[in-house]
Ligand binder design. Sequence first.
Ligand SMILES: Cc1ncc(COP(=O)(O)O)c(C=O)c1O
Length: 420
Amino acid sequence: MAVKLAIHGGPRTIEVGRIQPWPPIDDTDRQFVLKSLESHRPSFGPNCEALQEEFATWNGNRFAIATNSGTAALHMGVAACGCGAGDEVIVPAYSWSSSVTCVLHHNAIPIFVDIDWETMNLDVDRIEEAITPRTKAILVVHLHGLVAPMDKILAIAEKHGLKVIEDACQAHGARYKGKKAGTWGHCAAFSCNHNKLMCAGDGGLFVTDDPAIHAQAQMLWSFGETRTPVQDRDYHAYALGWMYRMNDLTAAFGRAQLAKLQSYLDQIQENVAVLQEGLKGVSHLILPTVPDYCQHNWYNYVLRFDMQSLGHEEHPRAFRDRIVRALGAEGIPTSAWQQFILPAMTVFQARNAYGRGCPWECRSSSQADYSPDLFPVSQKHCETHTCLVMALRPPNGTDIARLLAQGIRKVMENVAQLED
Ligand SMILES: Cc1ncc(COP(=O)(O)O)c(C=O)c1O
């Protein structure tokens, strides 16, 4: 018998206040942050240095630099890999905006490649057709916490003499063939903003194993200087630099969260296993696929709706939004992540990042084609997905995961109630 959906006045699946906020805060966080406050070194202080060492060790990198955002760390990667005015960088057509605007920050030109429908990551089979004599690097995003096929990407890069920058902002602890995100390319960027699995409020980490790349990145990070604030500074700008340093309070919070990161990752695996079990056989739903050599960190659990079987292929976005509202009424907090594919965003369509057509016309008169129609897979993904994010994370456990599955099942089994 049909059950009345909560959006139409039926009972909610998950009562208000049952899902706990992210991230869990306990005495570890309080002690780290209070100690930092009392150290009277609030700018780049002892916690920043300690976080760099601890994160490099945790992730398996030689160097880490603590930044004030993941975007800053990405920009450092673009610059440190030698990408400059008029150079082209291969990027995915679907990601967070700054996965690509970081390329513009250094006057280089993003060249979009469509994503693969199954993994939602860069379609490896389309990379080579986008390479030109101007290509300098591939910026690969490990979207939603699933590492892209790095062995294939590195082989293409090596064949064409390109650098590889990993956007691992969402990929803390995710692995490909046993090896962690951020240890494959020439360098990588992690984010520590509120949503991220290692939250520090805001902030980021740049990592590399290459001393030359590390030195270049460090100059960009702190005013073009060659020494860190704790070294004997000469205050000389040796190159163009920004101010991308993390502060000590943020680093203290980040250290406390890093100490708990593995336990979070383990709990999320358990929660997702319960969710997936509960979603078995639900119609009109396309669940994420994980290649068996990948370990997903489930930063975003992405649900996609089969708009063909739902009869809404013509206007998928409107019906997806209706389902998302119905899920919300059940107490299931999902939201569509990126609503637009990147090439369709105004900054790319207007080709005017710095004014006077720069960087597209500054030096090189780039012909890069940003027609949205060239990226049909990214477009379809944009219009048919929604994401479960915080509700699958601790302190929420498998009891919540079970309820999430029940509520999603309820909406999808009664989806006819959402028709006009
Ligand atoms: C894939 C991806 N890249 C880059 C970023 C930028 O990170 P931040 O917000 O720390 O600058 C984010 C953050 O939302 C992201 O999800």
